[in-house]
Design a protein around this ligand. Structure first.
Ligand code: SDX
Length: 389
């Protein structure tokens, strides 16, 4: 329209944020946490050790590791009043809606008693979030099932305890399944951090206003929920179930290529990776290991996923656009094998990513920072006067 500003292609955003936590090379499919390749961490480390690494920048000594794990165990319970938040939700409420609410509400228990300019208080907040997220997540599941909440057990590992709170009942003691616990730990680790993605950037922006970490993490949960981001793992399972048979794959591939159809191949493509997402490779290997150990190697969804990946990677549309499987493509098959309902998939992602969100928030708060204010490209009307008659 006459007088409308036009976009200057020479404009370059200066909104990049510095960080030393995670490095991604999207062209070469490289992901480093504090310099360590994700493949090596997945093979040799575990989720809590990776939490320590992301927070402190170095792998823990055996003494530091034991102290870190024991401190997490001391924070796994939530205030009994938190139960009343759950009672306000319908039983069929999406667990991500509940997590947005109850994690933000943790501010009401800790906000006044903590000074986040104090590094020690920030570290306590980290322990509270790392420890309580599994408890709250399991409470979402139990609430939807109409089953009693299970208290955490400090004799179990982090992932065993999560499975106990999810699937245990007061009627019989949960016997941890080492295969399932290892699979969950691997999933937690692979989702722990991923540089400044949409939800992490949301947490940093919220943190730049001085908001408390519980409120900032709640904003990250809300951003993660979208199907283009963390909601994709839930959408991948739904897509694989809709495909239903390998014979139907070509039809879905064509749908994904059709510009007039909003359907996208869920679990494919990435804002940064224009090569294989290194997490997807580890996830596919874990998927095969877990299903084989569980005697599910002939799982039809796994067969469909592997065939879909093979066809897509040979299709000119996907090859030309450098679309590869991302972290979400195989994770849902593992979660389904563990017995996690599809509605909980993104909650698992949020639980895992809490340490990444916190590490980025803490890194920014610990240094000098200013309130975030993303630049706008105004393309609206120039100044004009209100009509006189
Ligand atoms: C996560 O940022 C992070 O780090 C996120 C994450 C993390 O750990 O935090 O890695 C987690 O969010 C992984 C992504 C999960 N989302 C999905 O799997 C949803 C399906 N993927 C797409 O929605 C898409 O690939 C995105 C959202 C992930 C990326 O979107 P982009 O970067 O805007 O994609 P693009 O515009 O660069 O795509 C280029 C072309 C386009 O076609 P043309 O306009 O060039 O003709 O590829 C097409 C897109 O239409 N395209 C796809 C596609 N993804 C992109 N076509 C079909 N299926 C797809 N999945």
């Amino acid at each position: 329209a006459e007088g409308v500003f036009t976009y200057d292609p020479g404009f370059v955003s200066t909104a990049a944020c510095e960080s030393q936590i995670t490095y991604i090379d999207g062209a070469n499919g490289i992901l480093l946490h504090r310099g360590y390749p994700i493949e090596q961490l997945a093979e040799k480390s575990d989720y809590l050790e990776t939490c320590f690494l992301l927070l402190h920048g170095e792998l823990p000594t055996p003494e530091e590791s034991e102290k870190f794990r024991n401190t997490v165990k001391n924070h796994t319970m939530v205030h009994d009043q938190v139960i009343h938040f759950f009672n306000g939700f319908r039983r069929d409420a999406h667990p991500m809606a509940i997590m947005c609410g109850v994690v933000g509400a943790l501010s009401a228990f800790y906000h006044d008693s903590m000074d986040f300019s104090d590094q020690e208080h920030r570290e306590i907040a980290a322990f509270r979030l790392i420890a309580k997220m599994p408890t709250l997540a399991a409470m979402c599941y139990k609430y939807s099932m109409g089953q009693p909440f299970m208290y955490p057990r400090n004799d179990l590992s982090y992932s065993e305890n999560f499975l106990h709170m999810m699937f245990g009942t007061p009627c019989e003691e949960y016997q941890p399944n080492k295969t399932l616990a290892k699979a969950m730990d691997r999933i937690f680790l692979l989702h722990a951090d991923h540089e400044q993605n949409a939800s992490t950037s949301t947490v940093r922006l919220a943190g730049s206003t001085g908001a408390n970490p519980f409120a900032c993490i709640a904003s990250g949960i809300a951003a993660l929920w979208g199907p283009a981001h963390g909601g994709a793992n839930e959408a991948v399972l739904t897509m694989l179930e809709e495909i239903g048979d390998e014979a139907n794959i070509p039809e879905f591939i064509e749908k994904a290529k059709d510009k007039n159809d909003p359907f996208r191949l869920m679990g494919f493509g990435h804002r940064v990776y224009k090569n294989f997402d290194p997490r997807a490779k580890v996830m596919r290997q874990t998927c095969n290991e877990v299903l084989t150990e569980l005697g599910l190697e002939d799982d039809p969804l796994l067969k469909i996923a592997m065939r879909l990946e093979q066809i897509a990677l040979e299709d000119e549309y996907f090859v030309k656009r450098q679309l590869y499987p991302n972290v979400d493509f195989y994770s849902g098959i593992i979660l389904k094998a563990v017995g996690i309902p599809v509605s909980m998939f993104t909650v698992i992602f949020a639980m895992s990513r809490t340490i990444g969100w916190f590490a980025h928030w803490n890194e920014m708060i610990s240094g000098s920072y200013r309130i975030g204010r993303p630049r706008q490209l105004y393309t609206g009307y120039t100044k004009r006067d209100y009509p006189t008659e």
